[in-house]
Write a protein that binds this ligand. Sequence first.
Ligand SMILES: [Zn+2]
Length: 331
Amino acid sequence: MDQSHDRAMPRLSRRAALAALGLVLPTLAACAPDADALVSLRATAADLPSPDPDDSTSMPVPGGIASARAVPSPTRAVPDRASLPSTAELVARFGTAVPREWGLEVTGVVTRTEPHSVALTFDACGGPQGLGFDERLITTLRAQRVPATVFLNTRWVAANPGLAHELAADPLFAIGSHGARHLPLSVRSHAAYGIPGTANVAEAAEEVRASRDALEQELQREIPWFRSGTAHVDDVAVQVCRALGSLPVNFSVNADGGATFTSDQVAARLATIQPGDISIGHMNRPGSGTAAGFARALPDLLARGVRFETLAALGGFQKHRRGVSPRPRSD
Ligand SMILES: [Zn+2]
């Protein structure tokens, strides 16, 4: 692994810090479902392939075609997070709020980027079978100079620190957080694809804060965006995430069906992309059809004049505060 990214803080101590947060070992653990029933939840896409699996296999891919549409992602230093609310303050503020929405498209979650561009996003989920790296996919993006945003789980970063630093150092890629435990973000243990979500406000806050802070410390840059494991959220957890200064981002185009699509299916799905779309795919599943599908589809999209940008095109976090209820709904 490339060791050239070592900086002042020794690698071992950073990894030890991740481990101390419980982020190194796969901890899909322990949110016993709450007995509380959820009131009026929005329907989920449970009948569709998960946008976000937690396992992997392996296989390779071909190169890409040179193009000149890269829009480098501006990198910002780690902001001062000292003024963010404590977990106790978040529990006091949101603890009695009853979620009204659950799923992939929930009030307060960004699912579209600016209308002039398309944002490709790729998750690295971590976990026992989710630690792979789709080198062919990343090589294809680089060869075609197509920027993308990668959502990294802290377990994946702990297992692949050199790759994480390499991606962070490449202006073609912007980095978001894909959580620590890779759990659906819930305040009531709501499950997606059989995975129970975080159990309450405190657990939801910890999933957002711990992963974001660990990535910012490891990569020494701002990590502005958050996507939960399975991408499922409830609307109260979304407000907790925003209160912690992280912008929840999902997608409008499921490009690889949780890395279950064939390359033909991936290419067909990508052919439907329009300006303003955010796609989701996976960069930790080298055995999937994802890389081959992107390698096939991207030249046509570039020829069509599609402009790709990272989520940095969304602009500052403040801009996306609009439209969010300032107070949680309580019953
Ligand atoms: Zn994932």
